[in-house]
Design a protein. Structure first.
Length: 462
């Protein structure tokens, strides 16, 4: 590179503080490393030539990579799909999430005192969102302390959950064309938007517009900065963000093809005294006022009984508007895990074993260790003819179901799992190890015709 010509600095490099001088230094460092490697290889070849005069070191022998001799034990029961398959998460997203604290530090600099106080602020915010939510202010994220705690803890754990979920949703459900408009209701610091960008590389190149609706302008502004930094770290052009300060129901200028709502309605239900079934119908009507005719909607809430119950009620309301469930449901029948009193509630969990180490350490410091991440959700799309989609509710030769519980120990060294199906609640008995969120299809003859005395679930024996 000539000394008088400055290297071009890309926009994402400039976003991360790169200058032409630093760029030049970086290029020179790479060139020096490459030259050093070539020199070392040349010296190695020369030494080998001395020891073996008849051998040409430039002619490399091709070796096959050894195959693994240790193989995982094959399961007899093959999973059709999983909500939380880690292999579906893009590698660049995994790497960035592991080092996401550095990205946050560039957007929200904390001094040593603020870092020392962070675990206590996280703990206080957690209490205000759970057991002390009655005293929580509606606009709590306008407080700098609460917003800082939320971003460093709740935002990051939500990214862990949502990136894994979005990576495993059906490809056609998240297919979007250039120019598509999307809406994130209760966006906060743009958690769902950033999660989608990380989870779906095929969408990063699309020209999309996201309306981000929230009552906290501070959260929206901080979230947009974090999203732009995420796009810069992935060296991608960001989507267009339109921040809308307002409550759910505030008008936007365009109709949306895809609507998100993450961790919104569990708070809204607590703030109203009306029955939850009435609120589900009311919120569904509001949500549909934002959408195009062929819209897709995904609702995500914490995996608590109350939140799961409301997701089930929203599912029912959307089905009455000619939507069909795409995930996690394997059917269009009535939800058998609707969270009614003394009943099962639909929620899915995965181990946080592969979560970022630094985030798990921060959780321990805040006395909020997480061994599992849990959520309840439903993804639906519009359908003109629901009967064609609802094959599992008919008298078919096979039955599909999704595991929606942890393992239940049964006599005879067998495992039991509650599962959702078009035939209602199932208790799957098997010697196989199954996991929450996995879907299976088995012959109808696996139904034993008997029911579990405790839950009333049909027993499937595999």
């Amino acid at each position: 590179m000539s000394a008088d010509k400055s290297p071009e600095v890309k926009w994402w490099e400039a976003k991360q503080g790169m200058t032409p001088f630093l760029k030049k230094q970086q290029l020179e460092k790479k060139a020096n490393k490459h030259a050093a490697r070539k020199q070392a290889q040349a010296e190695k070849d020369a030494e080998e030539q001395k020891l073996n005069p008849g051998k040409n070191p430039a002619k490399k022998t091709q070796h096959k990579k050894p195959e693994f001799t240790i193989q995982k034990k094959e399961r007899n029961l093959k999973s059709e799909n999983s909500i939380f398959n880690p292999e579906r998460v893009p590698e660049d997203a995994k790497l960035l999430l592991e080092n996401y604290n550095a990205l946050l530090a560039s957007n929200m600099r904390l001094n040593s005192k603020q870092r020392a106080l962070l675990p206590e602020q996280i703990r206080r915010l957690s209490h205000s969102l759970t057991d002390e939510r009655g005293s929580r202010r509606l606009g709590y994220m306008n407080s700098p302390e609460s917003l800082t705690a939320y971003i460093h803890y709740f935002l990051r754990w939500n990214l862990v959950r949502l990136v894994k979920l979005f990576s495993n949703l059906p490809d056609d459900f998240l297919s979007l064309e250039d120019g598509s408009v999307c809406l994130d209701i209760g966006s906060g610091p743009l958690t769902a938007v950033t999660s989608l960008f990380l989870a779906r590389p095929e969408l990063r190149t699309k020209k999309l517009t996201f309306y981000c609706l929230d009552i906290s302008q501070s959260a929206l502004a901080a979230g947009e900065d974090i999203f732009l930094s995420t796009a810069a770290a992935l060296k991608c052009e960001p989507w267009k963000i339109v921040r809308v300060k307002g409550e759910f129901g505030t008008e936007i200028k365009e109709k949306a093809s895809l609507v998100f709502s993450a961790n919104v309605f569990n708070e809204a239900v607590d703030d109203f005294k009306m029955p939850p079934d009435y609120l589900a119908k009311k919120f569904t009507q509001k949500m549909l006022s934002y959408t195009k005719e062929d819209a897709r909607i995904i609702l995500i809430e914490p995996g608590t009984p109350k939140a799961s119950r409301f997701v089930s009620l929203m599912r029912d309301a959307l089905l009455r508007k000619d939507f069909i469930p795409v995930s996690p449901c394997t059917h269009c029948a009535e939800c058998p895990m609707d969270g009614k009193r003394n009943g099962k509630w639909c929620n899915f969990a995965f181990s946080t074993e592969d979560a970022p180490c630094e985030l798990k350490q921060l959780s321990k410091k805040a006395d909020l260790p997480k061994e599992r991440a849990v959520l309840s959700f439903v993804a639906v799309k519009k359908s003109a003819d629901r009967s064609e989609e609802d094959t599992d509710c008919s008298e078919d030769s096979e039955i599909s179901f999704r595991i929606a519980s942890d393992e239940i120990r049964l006599p005879g060294n067998r495992h039991g799992y509650y599962a959702c199906s078009g035939r209602g609640l199932l208790l799957v008995e098997t010697k196989e190890k199954l996991f929450s969120g996995e879907a299976f299809t088995v012959p109808q003859k696996k139904l034993t015709g008997t029911t579990d005395a405790k839950s009333g679930a049909l027993i499937v024996r595999i």
